[in-house]
Design a protein around this ligand. Structure first.
Ligand SMILES: [Zn+2]
Length: 119
C-alpha cells in the first residue's frame, strides 16, 4: 500500500485516496479545427508508460481536495506532489510531462492548456 502525503492533511494510507487518472490532459476547444478523430484521441487514447507517470489524486476520505502526483509505475516511488494547475518541478516530473505522446498530438495543438488563475 502506498503512503501518500496529502498537501493539506499530511501522510495517509492510499485507501483514503482516489486516483483520477492522467494529469495534464488539455480539453479540446470547440474550435472549428476540432474533428471527430481529434476528439476521439482526447477521449479514448490513454497513456500508460512504464516509468514516471503524472496522475491526479483526490483525498476522498479526508479533505476531498485534488492534487497532482508524479509516480514511478514500476517501483511505485512517489517522486513529487504538486498542486492542480501547475506543472511538475522535478527533473523526472518534467521529463515525464514532455515524454507523453499528448504533447505532440493534434488535439492538444487545438486545445487551450489549463491556466492557474490568481486569486
Ligand atoms: Zn487531504
Amino acid at each position: 500500500m502506498l503512503k501518500i502525503k496529502c498537501p493539506f492533511c499530511g501522510v495517509r494510507d492510499e485507501s483514503e485516496f482516489s486516483c483520477g487518472g492522467e494529469a495534464h490532459i488539455a480539453r479540446p476547444t470547440t474550435d472549428l479545427k476540432l474533428t471527430d478523430k481529434i476528439f476521439s484521441e482526447y477521449l479514448f487514447m490513454k497513456y500508460n508508460p512504464k516509468g514516471v507517470f503524472l496522475e491526479r489524486w483526490c483525498h476522498t476520505s479526508g479533505c476531498r481536495r485534488w492534487f497532482n502526483l508524479a509516480r514511478d509505475t514500476v517501483s511505485h516511488e512517489i517522486i513529487e506532489i504538486y498542486p492542480m494547475g501547475v506543472f511538475p518541478k522535478t527533473v523526472k516530473g518534467k521529463k515525464a510531462y514532455q515524454a507523453n505522446w499528448r504533447r505532440k498530438s493534434k488535439y492538444e495543438a487545438v486545445s487551450k492548456p489549463a491556466k492557474r488563475t490568481k486569486k
